[in-house]
Design a protein around this ligand. Structure first.
Ligand code: ADP
Ligand code: MG
Length: 353
């Protein structure tokens, strides 16, 4: 009762908006399923000229995205960009159109940062507050990357604990929130909520093959039809245990981690080539390392050196994330508890040595 009551009161007092309340600004993105703009209120000229909101006009999949955002806001608000409102807008020409509104979090995604030659130094002061007392080099880069990875896994853990799998986890869908100085997840358009069976069947055509775990091909054929909502509700905790669908996102997070360590994997062609190599090694990351290390470029060698810092603890965590079998991958919570993130632990160790 309390939950419903609170949700009701919250809905009652939350501002609701309609089409005419907004002026559209710059276009921020355009995909097959919607267009995203920066927007501001017409009535109340906002403090920031470009607009305090982000508005997505979505096709029929917008309904699922609204559902996911509503749930996230109640259960794990810190994981994702702050959702404000979602509504159905039936325009005469295009038929039904869903409008989704978020707070404008900031101007750059992780993808934008990673595209720059300066990465990861271009993130340093933003997430660590100040420039570290370390010379530029592997150790300092490792610290920045470590902090980014901790934030990504923290956000993923929030989603997964809520029962949501993102399924399109990639640098383009990770926004840097200037207010909270953390990376947050965006774009729940391909997400699945297993606890209530919403969007249970993976829409494989929505998935980005560059970041998708190998089981994308398996799940869609083994699950011929969508269970009806009540059945899914009854079964989903079991399904969650059996299939560990959250590990799909962990695989993607592992790939992002690899891209941070190896600049060569940040380009499209580099990532695609890596995926091909890894597949040839039957998705065995250690085998991949052996296959490339002998003839490795200095760029690759530097990446391995970074991952080998602190006794190879970063490399070890990576091998727990990028695995063929979902069940053998570490969970977001498990990864956060991994010694890789245990800075105090490392300090104690180095003190004792
Ligand atoms: P798409 O379906 O086009 O991928 P996204 O939800 O990923 O839609 O948003 C597209 C782009 O809009 C993002 O890559 C990001 O640059 C920007 N964006 C989305 N949400 C926000 C937000 N809350 N704050 C700032 N920028 C955002
Ligand atoms: Mg996106």
């Amino acid at each position: 009762f309390d939950m419903f009551f609170l949700a009701f009161v919250e809905r009652l007092f939350r501002p609701t908006f309609k089409k005419d309340d907004f002026v559209l600004g710059k276009k921020l993105g355009e995909g097959a399923f919607g267009v995203v703009y920066r927007a501001s209120l017409t009535k109340k000229p906002s403090s920031k000229k470009e607009g305090d909101f982000v508005l997505k006009k979505a096709t029929e999949y917008g309904a699922v995205e609204i559902w996911m955002n509503e749930r996230v806001r109640r259960a794990c608000a810190n994981s994702c960009a702050a959702f404000v409102h979602g509504f159905l807008e039936s325009s005469s020409k295009k038929g039904a159109e869903y409008w989704l509104l978020w707070r404008y979090e900031g101007e750059a995604t992780l993808y934008d940062f990673m595209r720059s030659k300066e990465f990861p130094y271009n993130v340093e002061t933003m997430i660590l507050g100040e420039v570290q007392d370390l010379p530029k080099g592997l150790e300092r880069e490792n610290r920045i990357i470590q902090t980014i990875m901790r934030q990504l896994l923290f956000a993923l853990d929030g989603l997964h604990s809520t029962g949501i799998v993102h399924r399109d986890f990639k640098p383009q869908n990770i926004i840097f929130s200037e207010g909270s100085r953390t990376f947050k997840i965006i774009d729940l358009g391909a997400a699945a909520d297993l606890r209530v069976g919403i969007n249970y069947i993976p829409k494989e055509f929505l998935l980005d093959p560059r970041y998708a775990a190998p089981e994308q091909y398996i799940m869609s054929t083994q699950t011929p039809s969508a269970p009806s909502a009540p059945v899914a509700t009854a079964l989903s905790p079991v399904l969650w245990q059996m299939n560990l669908p959250d590990r799909f996102d962990i695989y993607s997070a592992g790939l992002i981690s690899l891209q941070m360590a190896f600049p060569g994997l940040r380009s499209d062609s580099g990532l695609i080539q890596f995926n091909r190599q890894l597949k040839r090694c039957d998705y065995d990351l250690i085998a991949w390392r052996k296959s490339v290390e002998t003839r490795a470029s200095s760029d690759l060698r530097r990446g391995f050196e970074l991952l080998d810092l602190d006794g190879g603890i970063g490399w070890e965590l990576l091998t727990l994330m990028v695995r063929y079998k979902a069940g053998q991958r570490i969970s977001a919570k498990g990864a956060l508890a991994h010694p890789y993130f245990d800075r105090e632990g490392l300090l104690v160790l180095s003190f004792m040595q």
